[in-house]
Design a protein around this ligand. Structure first.
Ligand code: FEO
Length: 429
């Protein structure tokens, strides 16, 4: 990978993570993930955000790309840390061994966090909203604090000459980047793929901080950016409004009402609960509502979070297991609660052989996690569901879908491209 010219005096360096890495140690990366770093060249050179240091090949790749554009480590005057998390700052250990000249620029909390990771002796500079650094040749970096876009120390950097907002996690997405790295270099299909991965990234990493992300989007809008250059995923140079609007849509789902979509999460031990899924899906789609179906534990919760985040309704179908819920379902519910999948319309379907108990555990988790889900009356069946039960399931799923249509805040689902992950298909109509 070589350094890429983005706009006048603005370059992007990058390292891709691939599927052998779990993002944050837990989220799968089937399409990879890019870690973008930016170089702004005036008379002085600034690097804005960087790459992780867990693999020494990452900083080495950054230095090679820097050399490829006619600079080297000794030329770097400033390193701007928009966000101190080590996926963007891990390389600093190696950089600080190579040069003492560099000044590390961050918010007050950013400096505090950076000191804890990279030592107190480096040359730090604290900046606040409105502070600037003039690099010469018209290149001025202006800093704008946007706290709690993931961590509390976050800010964005606005480069005044190009109108680029270097936004770090904000407006980011999973998905590795190749030669095409800007939206104006990609097909609609490629962009759709990155939008899928933006949703998964958002729901996995940023969802918990949605109110802060919403405030940060408004702050960035006031800058009227010509370019949005995040630290993960594509650079939005042709149409920066597109990613800002998509992210605004994501943040609005924190209230519960979202797209006219029902996420169906199910687990089965011997096929009896599985038999309930087809009538449930038929009930949902008979109302023109999209059903996205995930089987647990076969599907990683990363994907379930993505569809649950954009859904107005959730259906859970699982057997009882030792007086409680099927354990993989309980684990997924805990994660949905942690990630603020709240205020959803919901319906539970349970099967059992000799004892109930799943409902009690469900209520305990929903209450403890303050999820505020509003449930239709559950349907429980013993052993093999008969025709009457299957008909009831279809009708109740249709009932939920009707309520979802009324409550959804978007008239239609966004045209994300990912199919249902357990092969049962999805789609409205
Ligand atoms: Fe990309 Fe919150 O780090």
């Amino acid at each position: 990978m070589a350094a890429a010219h983005i706009s006048h005096g603005l370059y992007r360096l990058s390292v891709n993570l691939f599927n052998d890495t779990l993002f944050e140690g837990m989220w799968p990366l089937p399409q990879g993930c890019s870690m973008n770093s930016y170089v702004v060249k005036g008379y002085d050179v600034a690097m804005v955000d960087g790459v992780w240091g867990m693999d020494p090949a990452a900083p080495a790749a950054l230095y090679r790309q820097l050399q490829g554009m006619g600079s080297d480590v000794g030329d770097i005057r400033y390193v701007v840390i928009n966000h101190a998390e080590p996926d963007h700052t891990g390389w600093l250990k190696s950089l600080l061994e190579m040069t003492e000249r560099v000044e590390i620029v961050a918010t007050e909390k950013g400096v505090e966090i950076a000191r804890s990771f990279y030592g107190a002796d480096a040359n730090y500079r604290v900046v606040h909203t409105g502070d600037t650094i003039d690099l010469g040749k018209g290149k001025i970096l202006r800093f704008v604090e946007t706290p709690n876009v993931h961590w509390p120390e976050t800010m964005v950097t606005y480069e005044e000459f190009t109108g680029a907002v270097l936004s770090c996690d904000l407006f980011g997405s999973f998905g590795a980047l190749g030669m095409a790295m800007c939206d104006d270099q990609m097909s609609g299909e490629q962009l759709g793929g990155y939008e899928d991965e933006a949703l998964r990234y958002y729901s996995n990493v940023l969802a918990h901080f949605s109110p802060s992300v919403a405030r940060a989007i408004e702050t960035v809008k006031e800058l009227d950016p010509a370019i949005i250059a995040p630290a993960h995923g594509p650079i939005w140079r042709g149409n920066p409004q597109r990613i800002m609007e998509l992210y605004r849509r994501f943040t609005s789902f924190v209230d519960g009402p979202a797209e006219p979509v029902v996420t169906v999460i199910w687990g089965s031990m011997y096929g009896n609960t599985e038999k309930a899924i087809d009538p449930i899906v038929r009930g949902v789609t008979s109302e023109g509502v999209e059903a996205v179906v995930h089987r647990v534990p076969q599907t990683h919760v990363s994907h379930i979070l993505a569809s649950a985040w954009r859904s107005t309704g959730i259906i859970l179908a699982m057997p009882t297991y030792e007086f409680k819920m099927f354990p993989p379902m309980a684990a997924v519910l805990e994660d949905l609660g942690r990630k603020q999948v709240i205020n959803k319309l919901a319906f539970r379907v349970g099967s059992f052989g000799w004892s109930g108990g799943a409902q009690r555990e469900l209520e305990e988790i929903v209450e403890r996690q303050k999820m505020k889900w509003q449930f239709l009356e559950p349907v429980e069946f013993r052993g093999d569901a008969g025709v009457e039960t299957l008909d009831l399931l279809k009708e109740r799923a249709a009932h939920l879908a009707r309520a979802v249509k009324e409550r959804a805040v978007c008239r239609a689902a966004h045209p994300y491209s990912s199919p249902s992950l357990d092969g049962r298909g999805s789609g409205g109509g």
